[in-house]
Write a protein that binds this ligand. Structure first.
Ligand SMILES: Nc1ncnc2c1ncn2[C@@H]1O[C@H](COP(=O)(O)OP(=O)(O)OP(=O)(O)O)[C@@H](O)[C@H]1O
Ligand SMILES: [Mg+2]
Length: 496
């Protein structure tokens, strides 16, 4: 049993039914307050009403410096009071000393109190002071006074104010603890944001730091994210990181690769089906979008989906609804959508193969993962990470090998780097990787190629187109030529 009840159990027995009812109502008001200032406002109102006072205020008491500051004050006429001298500081001192509510009638004729200037000026007849105690110390005092002699408020009613004072103290304690927790929570969140590291995403370049910052920011929201980036840059890693850093992290993260999958198969995977929807649909089946409810759904290679499916996905994004194949029932799904592509979706919108409305629905928060050649300074860190990950903890790498890696253009990005390291580790018999162990793809071609320069140009172009999934814009960028140049070359080769 808490001290509050132990101390007051006898008093409680003496309370009248009306007082109990009022106390109950006050408890409800005080408990619903969520901030200190609101609690105080409510408490002042109650005290003013209890004694029919004309003015009420709450002063915060600073024990260390023994001074008061007005936190809130009001007159019945709704004027605000800003000067503490308008109130009796003598009453405040007494309440602080005795740590219990005090009530005075006929203040003017009380020799202890009438000496106070405020009592004279304001011609105060009745005054009440209620302490608000926290951790056995007076935290503040509610004072209410009246120029009329409020004799209807008897000394016995002070008992009621004792309860009231304790109730406010308890409510205050709850609010302050809550506020402290919230503050602490905010500090922790900030600290997390400051470190902003994602364990699976190695890199300390400006590009990577900007990226991890964006990922942390967007993870906290439910916004749809469109991740764009060349093949092997880490789009899937980024999608998973967004999920892991979000409040949905305990819920499923499901992914569907949308590239080169027959339309009907993809549709039944995404939306599910009803028994009998098509031959072979022997039972009802839940789709992945439904299974990802409350979690995150990752649509990988979104550019490759058919126009029919694009329309269905648009409905998911607009209304958060799905209909299983062969069904008529609409189901609500709450899955956060993240989509990824290595294609230029805007270009696809322009040429009509991707719906513009779907593009805008997906592009709420675009994230571009920079290709490895734009963050070459990350290569040493990445190499070190992969050497260890592959399990060769003591393997070193010399500076010539690093230089070779840093000057390559990495069309296959991080995935390609992992392969190159893997290969180098197999080739290396010692405990240090040298430049010779680093086999880069074009280098292999150069070493074995026997044809003419023109043929060599064509070979490189074809290879690069393959690496970029026949995306001419990206291929042109990687070769530092124009798209037009590529078109001309392809024409020359008779491929267009
Ligand atoms: N910053 C990084 N640090 C360490 N490993 C990474 C990083 N980014 C990507 N990887 C690794 O590189 C590989 C490719 O990453 P991921 O599959 O996410 O790329 P992607 O962009 O989805 O590629 P694709 O377009 O081919 O689907 C994975 O093995 C992943 O773990
Ligand atoms: Mg991927």
């Amino acid at each position: 049993m808490s001290n509050f009840f132990k101390e007051n159990i006898n008093h409680i027995k003496n309370l009248s039914k009306d007082e109990f009812e009022s106390l109950y109502e006050f408890t409800q008001i005080l408990n619903s307050a969520t901030r200190q200032d609101l609690l105080i406002e409510d408490a002042i109102d109650i005290v003013i009403n209890v004694i029919n006072a004309e003015r009420g205020l709450f002063v915060k008491y600073d024990e260390e410096n023994d001074n008061f500051s007005i936190i809130s004050a009001r007159k019945i006429s709704n004027e605000t009071i800003t000067d503490l001298h308008e109130f009796s500081s003598g009453i405040l001192q007494k309440v602080i000393k005795e740590k219990k509510p005090l009530l005075y009638h006929d203040v003017m004729s009380d020799p202890h109190l009438s000496q106070f200037e405020s009592v004279q000026i304001q011609r105060i007849k009745s005054v009440i002071g209620v302490p608000i105690v926290r951790d056995a110390k007076v935290w503040g005092v509610i004072v209410a006074d009246s120029q009329l002699d409020r004799r209807e408020f008897t000394d016995e009613n002070l008992l009621f104010l004792s309860f009231f004072s304790n109730l406010v103290s308890l409510a205050l304690d709850r609010i302050i603890k809550l506020e402290e927790l919230e503050k602490e929570n905010q500090i922790l969140i900030n600290r997390l944001q400051l470190t902003e590291e994602i364990p699976e995403m190695i890199g300390n370049s400006t590009a990577m730091r900007t990226l991890t910052h964006l990922i942390h920011k967007v993870a906290m929201t439910d916004a749809t994210v469109l991740i764009v980036g060349e093949s092997g840059t880490g789009k899937e890693v980024a999608a998973k990181a967004i999920h892991e850093l979000s409040k949905r992290k305990e819920k499923p993260f499901l992914a569907q690769f949308c590239g080169s999958i027959p339309d009907t198969l993809l549709e039944s995977e995404l939306f599910g089906y009803k028994k009998g929807a098509f031959t072979g649909a022997n039972t009802d089946k839940q789709g992945l979008l439904e299974a990802a409810d409350s979690g995150t759904f990752f649509l990988d290679e979104i550019a490759d989906i058919s126009t029919a499916l694009q329309a269905k996905l648009l409905r998911v994004l607009e209304n958060r609804e799905i209909i299983r194949l062969g069904d008529v029932k609409v189901k609500k799904v709450d899955a956060r959508i993240i989509a990824a592509t290595n294609k230029d979706l805007q270009a696809l919108v322009k040429d009509g193969s991707f719906r513009e409305d779907l593009f805008y629905r997906l592009n709420v928060f675009p994230i571009r993962i920079p290709p490895l050649r734009e963050r070459r300074s990350d290569i040493p860190l990445l190499v070190d990470f992969f050497i260890k990950k592959i399990g060769k903890k003591n393997m070193l790498i010399d500076s010539a090998a690093i230089k070779k890696l840093e000057s390559y253009y990495w069309p296959g990005n991080i995935r390609q780097l992992i392969n190159v390291i893997h290969r180098a580790l197999i080739l290396c018999d010692g405990d240090k990787l040298h430049a010779d162990h680093i086999i880069l793809e074009d280098q292999a071609v150069v070493e074995t190629f026997q044809g003419t320069l023109r043929e060599y140009e064509m070979l490189i172009l074809k290879k690069r187109l393959e690496e970029f999934n026949h995306n001419r814009t990206l291929t042109a960028k990687s070769l530092d030529v124009s798209v037009r140049w590529i078109q001309l070359k392809l024409k020359e080769m008779g491929e267009q």
